[in-house]
Design a protein around this ligand. Structure first.
Ligand code: SAM
Length: 213
């Protein structure tokens, strides 16, 4: 979905960083072989994740929702030399695809894959985080926030994707639409929680930046 006119969207992309070759290759192979390729962050949002990570310089990164590894590789670009990135996905069929691209990158030994339900895995991770990217099942977004907030280092940043949910957050809520209901609750929670400061950016499907105080 384009929240700004398509021509302006194209202009924005043309005047932003180019997409690295490895990520172009990953995108091509995702579209050829994997279901629902539109889930991948893609060129423009990927460059935003990369530059934010480079500004933050995180030592420990957590990603919830790896898919084929695109956003993990973007976030990894900004981590410190000794940085570690933990990424979680519930779909075991994606594991080897992700590993192939992590191994082709400069961050092979620094990216740790976790297979399973993120709500079960996160409480057992004995690490505190400087940067977290939430990009998995929408009904669990409020739970993800609750289980990561106490694992954030002061000044740490939580990025949340798809928070505008194709504009559904301002439409009448349909019965049984548990994703939109959860996102409405989540967006309110982020805007009001005194432990963080939050700005919702109308980037692609909505990307929220929350800084831990
Ligand atoms: C939108 S995709 C992630 C896209 C990826 N971050 C990117 O930008 O390239 C969402 C992923 O979340 C995973 N997922 C869904 N529910 C999950 C859960 N409870 N725990 C862990 N991963 C989950 C899905 O298998 C899917 O691969």
């Amino acid at each position: 979905m384009h929240f700004i006119p398509e021509a302006l969207d194209d202009y924005v992309v043309e005047h932003s960083e180019k997409e690295p070759k490895l990520l172009q290759q990953l995108t091509r192979e995702t579209y050829q072989k994997i279901l629902q390729p539109r889930m991948l962050s893609g060129h423009y949002q990927g460059r935003i994740l990369s530059i934010l990570s480079k500004l933050i310089r995180p030592k420990n990164i957590l990603e919830i929702g790896t898919y084929t590894g695109y956003s993990a590789l973007c976030l990894a670009e900004g981590m410190t030399k000794d940085g570690q990135l933990h990424t979680i996905d519930i779909n075991e069929e994606l594991y080897d695809f992700q590993r192939k691209y992590f191994d082709l990158s400069d961050y092979s030994s620094q990216i740790h894959q976790h297979l399973g339900d993120a709500t079960q895995i996160i409480p057992d991770l004995g690490v505190n985080f400087d940067l977290v990217f939430i990009d998995a099942d929408k009904p669990n977004y409020p739970t993800y926030f609750d289980i990561i907030i106490d694992k954030m280092n002061p000044g740490g940043v939580i990025l949340s994707d798809n928070v505008l949910w194709s504009g559904k957050v301002i439409q009448e809520l349909k019965k049984d639409d548990i994703s939109t209901e959860a996102l409405l609750r989540y967006n309110k929670l982020l805007a009001n929680d005194p432990r963080i400061e939050t700005v919702l950016l109308p980037v692609r499907d909505g990307l929220t930046i929350s800084r831990v105080l």
